[in-house]
Design a protein around this ligand. Structure first.
Ligand SMILES: [Zn+2]
Length: 228
């Protein structure tokens, strides 16, 4: 695969041989482990474009290769500086892998580095189209808490909440489906070198979907806790 054009690492001067280098990990001139260039990101660490579809087996393979190369064990006899770089880069690599292999964390991260991630203004606020259902859910939760406190029969309430939970799980998977299709739109926009406005629009959609997802996810977790 050719090196994607979107990787715009600024040129870096090797700390050892002081040559300008475009290496991502090692200096092509002297072979020393490089510090991570400023403005680098998790995608660049894996030499990937900022796209949301990532082939998992290739990512894992690259991770294993890199973690072997960057591993502090390889630098036991090296200078303190090199050991420091190796440690730092190994831990950054782990963070990058953990983030990129998780589809949701990947979207969060992309929006963060593109500067467009905005958490919901008010995390307690339900998306308008869910208001009614959320209201009903909260009522059932209150009733269950009361019934528990009074020691009365909870079977019926539990059943109702079970159904509500399934309903919200269903909505969660709808949001996940939308996230997937919007992620494909993002990748197509990158491939087409779409202009800023088009990209921003897709990013705003991704951002809303992430907020919606985290809102529904919290609901489901709350119901599960109460049903335990
Ligand atoms: Zn060098």
């Amino acid at each position: 695969m050719a090196t994607p054009l979107h990787i715009t690492n600024p040129p870096l001067v090797c700390w050892n041989c002081h040559e300008r280098t475009i290496g991502t990990h090692f200096c092509p001139g002297c072979g020393k482990l490089l510090q991570l260039p400023q403005g680098s990101d998790y995608f660049a660490m894996f030499e990937l474009p900022r796209k949301l579809w990532i082939e998992m087996s290739a990512l894992e393979q690259k991770f294993l290769q890199l973690s072997w190369k960057l591993h502090p064990d390889n630098f036991v006899g090296a200078t303190e500086q090199e050991r420091g770089i190796s440690l730092q880069r190994s831990s950054e690599l782990n963070d990058a892998y953990r983030t990129l292999r998780d589809p949701i964390a990947r979207v969060e991260y992309l929006l963060a580095i593109e500067g467009t991630r905005k958490n919901g203004e008010n995390k307690q606020q339900a998306p308008p189209e869910l208001l009614e259902e959320v209201f009903e859910l909260n009522e059932s939760l209150d009733e269950l808490r009361e019934a528990k406190a009074e020691g009365s029969d909870t079977a019926l309430l539990r059943h109702r909440l079970d159904e509500a939970e399934k309903n919200f799980e269903q909505k969660l998977s709808e949001v996940d489906g939308l996230l997937q299709s919007t992620a494909r739109e993002w990748d197509a926009a990158i491939d087409a070198s779409a202009e800023g406005a088009a990209r921003k629009k897709i990013m705003a959609q991704l951002n809303d979907l992430l907020n919606r997802r985290s809102y529904i996810r919290n609901l489901v977790v709350n119901v599960q806790k109460e049903l335990l």
